[in-house]
Ligand binder design. Sequence first.
Ligand code: TEU
Length: 546
Amino acid sequence: MVSSEWWRSAVIYQVYPRSFADSDGDGLGDLPGITSRLTALSALGVDAVWLSPFYTSPQNDAGYDVADYCDVDPRFGALSDFDELVAEAHRLGLRVIVDLVPNHTSSQHEWFQEALRAPEGSPERARYLFRDGKGPGGALPPNNWDSVFGGPAWTRVDRPDGTPGQWYLHLFDTSQPDLDWENPWVREQFHGILRFWLDRGVDGFRVDVAHGLIKKAGLPDYSPPKGIASMGGHVEDPPYWAQPGVHAIYRDWRSLLDEYPGERVLVAEAWVNPLSKLAHWVRPDEMDQAFNFDYLGTAWDASAIRKVIKGSLAAFGKVGAPSTWVLSNHDVVRHATRLAITTANPQGDGIGPKSPDKPNRVTGLRRARAATLLMLALPGSAYIYQGEELGLPEDMELPDSARQDPTWFRTNHKRYGRDGCRVPIPWEAGSPAYGFSPTGKSWLPQPADWAGYARDAQEGESGSTLELYRSALALRAQNSLGVGSVEWLRGFPPEVVAFRNGSVTVIANFGTGIVPLPRATRALTSEPVSDELPGETTVWLTMDRE
Ligand code: TEU
């Protein structure tokens, strides 16, 4: 593996372990399943994989509720399976990034169980954010904060004698108590956790909720402005997001990672606005990359896309960090569906049978292919979420009885949540569970009409979404687009985004009309193209034609 700040231009593939490949037939994906399918990812042409959590966990939030940071949940395998996965990935030239969930533990973690058994005011309690309630008898929560998943962010616990006691903070589910990062003991524990995985050979960490670890002193009341998503997305910072104290934590981690050879990386999952503020997470002595959720959240609109690309390159460039680009992940509606949604759809709401919008699948896929081809031509690092290379849509028909996202339960079924983008992916059109699981089991039911999306149905098929991704990744590498730059091109209609990155000219038509193309060789197109560029299509051009 070449070692020259590989992450600056890397294409990183997100594996969501429970839905990637199931080797033992229980319907839940696992580590040996991932290992057995890694060759498909190296054939796709990605540089690294990021694994969502596979640690010991009661799985109340699909593993983002960790009960033991230094072990593998038996449902996913064992530590030896993890070691084999890393060895095989490295053999194939793929780096491995693991998810680190420091904002909260599972309520099943022994740290929390010990805290529950310990008296109020004890060092064990001080690992978390236990507070007295307000009002007579402390019967009201300590403040008015809401959980990201809906409902209050506080839960009351009983004293050993059975009488009601203090409350603890959980920005997410009740089963995910927030740690108190002002406590040096907590910081110390995470040094050990980072070292544990670094010693096992991981190439870096994706840091969950990297904007949430420090809460404003005194935990003051806060009411978000109306219409603002709970994860942020506004300039004013709530007392639980983007507090300045988080940065010291990442500086500390940076120096710890720098003790290890091989350019280990820290990636921030921080829902922070504006981009100029998000860039604080990737200053030279902090993390390496931050997910660009502004880009992900940008509508299907040429001028908005131009603006976010310019803003991203400027904001990250100012601190010497690469920009990242991402269109899908396990928390958002898949972009092959999202880009055809016409009504407001706040992140985390999901989309289901009773949603007002019925996004058109053909339009969604067409836009998704065009959007991806645009994204993969941009300089910086790009993220791909498992299944998007197959053109998978969101599963909008999941039966209510199958849903598992805490959002669904905590909002009394008002928000569908994120299950629709987490359905196990199809590998083989004609196999049980489309090759996901040998027994045909699947923890979320797969739609009956997904055979056409299966990897084996698309392999070698010219024009398939899989082959589009493969060609794009190969050309991206050949032309070093990841380390290039954007030179905007003039002379196109406003609904067109056009730029040059090194030897490749990129023209993306967000409108529905036809746009004449300059004379050049068409290296790659998201749809069949003649001398003109049809609507909702992106083309990569190289070399002038005579
Ligand atoms: O997500 C951060 C986060 O809170 C949102 O993306 C969230 O999923 C959304 O707003 C819900 O509506 C990270 C993980 O990616 C997510 O899967 C976890 O549930 C969450 O943290 C808690 O660990």
